[in-house]
Design a binder for this molecule. Structure first.
Ligand SMILES: [Zn+2]
Length: 429
């Protein structure tokens, strides 16, 4: 018997028109001048050019810890804190990645306990960008936008391509021309329209700002940014729930555009306001590569304005010289009593190996920046001996495996003979 699989109809299948018809985005408010707008595909205030954020209905019913705990293990278990009314339709299984304890790292950092929040195994594209794309694609659906896209340093390209393919949405994805091969392959395999732009991320981002207006597309981190960013809060929600509904004392996260740090602060604050956790907000620590450290520089220098830099680092996923949320990330770090660390490319490679050898997690260059940054912060006396520290690992090492070339010991080759193994055994490999 022959079974014929009708591939084209599967590949092009769109969600049934009846599903998600009730999905609406929440209205928006300017973070700086507080002007309000109805829900729309715009992320910039017309009055002051400030960033727009969703407004949640005051007095809305919130679930208890037990109710959340009974829901399916995805980021939608926190749906009351995500910017929608109605039922989401896309990417219903993203989020809820493991939080694993690392006694070895706790010894190295000389703190009480360390956990790794492991978004290197995020579903479906192995980085924390799956969270923000899950919310952005639902915003595109609610706003009736049938083409999506992004400006990306790599991980976002992977996440948009994968999730748009599954949703049956055409995707236009813009990246710097010289991105790591694994990130290009990990985007192209989903068959989006991938455009490599001569220039760095900041050049790509400028082009995309014009594209969103002209073509009426939903570019997830441009005109849908207000809805997109809220997905990052779920990393904070999961950390609190997975620790048994309590807060760590310190969280270390990498910074590119700076959004993750601001959303971690917001997420922990919202859970405290809802009475789901109590106690002091975690001190937030931000890390960058020294070759692209505009937010680290801002925190160390003081003031409000980011001074853009030209990125020069192998941590490409963090190589944003003019970070959109830099000033807000700096504020979250200062307000929570945290600090920053900039690490060299050599140190970040050591950080990758250290996390793998100590904890069994293979992270990309950005995760190496987080681990090396945490070590630098410990060296500088920024942690207390009773601290409980969470390291946010945001991407998978297979995406930047080339970066480790030449840094790992060579593996010996032998003939399939026991005496050749005996000769090797006992030698220090
Ligand atoms: Zn404004």
């Amino acid at each position: 018997m022959t079974i014929t699989l009708d591939l084209p109809s599967i590949a092009l299948g769109k969600p049934a028109a009846s599903s998600g018809r009730d999905l609406r985005v929440l209205p928006l408010v300017c973070k700086l001048c507080h002007t309000t707008y109805p829900g729309t595909a715009s992320a910039t205030c017309e009055e002051c050019l400030g960033p727009l954020e969703p407004v949640y209905p005051a007095g809305r019913a919130l679930p208890s810890a037990a109710q959340i705990g009974a829901r399916s293990p995805s980021l939608w278990r926190y749906r009351e804190w995500l910017p929608f009314e109605g039922t989401p339709v896309h990417s219903l299984d993203s989020g809820f990645t493991p939080l694993l304890e690392s006694p070895s790292l706790a010894r190295l950092l000389r703190v009480a306990r360390v956990w790794v929040k492991n978004d290197a195994v995020s579903h479906p594209s192995l980085s924390f960008k799956d969270r923000v794309v899950a919310t952005a694609l639902n915003a595109a659906h609610a706003l009736g936008l049938d083409t999506v896209g992004c400006a990306s340093t790599g991980n976002l390209a992977n996440a948009v391509a994968a999730q748009a393919a599954r949703a049956g949405l055409p995707a236009w994805i813009f990246i710097p021309h010289d991105l790591e091969p694994a990130k290009v392959v990990g985007t192209l395999v989903y068959h989006p329209h991938l455009v490599r732009v001569r220039g760095n991320y900041d050049d790509v981002n400028r082009l995309c700002s014009q594209v969103a207006d002209r073509f009426g597309w939903g570019l997830v981190n441009i005109n849908l940014r207000g809805y997109y960013g809220e997905g990052s809060k779920t990393m904070a929600f999961e950390i609190a729930e997975q620790l048994g509904w309590r807060l760590p004392s310190a969280v270390v996260a990498p910074m590119a555009g700076g959004s993750l740090l601001t959303k971690l602060e917001k997420g922990f604050r919202e859970f405290a306001e809802a009475g789901l956790v109590s106690g002091q907000a975690p001190r937030l620590y931000g890390t960058q590569a020294q070759g692209c450290a505009p937010i680290v520089n801002l925190v160390k220098r003081g003031g409000e304005a980011v001074e853009p830099v030209i990125p020069r680092t192998i941590a490409r996923s963090l190589a944003i010289g003019n970070p959109a949320d830099g000033r807000f990330a700096a504020r979250a770090i200062r307000d929570t009593g945290g600090w920053v660390a900039g690490v060299s490319d050599e140190d970040l490679l050591t950080g990758i190996r250290l996390l793998a050898e100590s904890t069994g997690v293979f992270t990309e260059t950005a995760g190496g920046v987080t681990v090396a940054g945490a070590l630098a912060l410990a060296e500088a006396g920024r942690f207390r001996s009773d601290d409980e520290v969470v390291l946010c690992i945001t991407g998978n090492g297979l995406k930047t495996a080339d970066a480790l070339e030449g840094t790992l010991p060579a593996a010996p080759i032998i003939n399939p003979k026991i005496r050749e193994l005996e000769a090797l055994h006992g030698r220090d490999l």
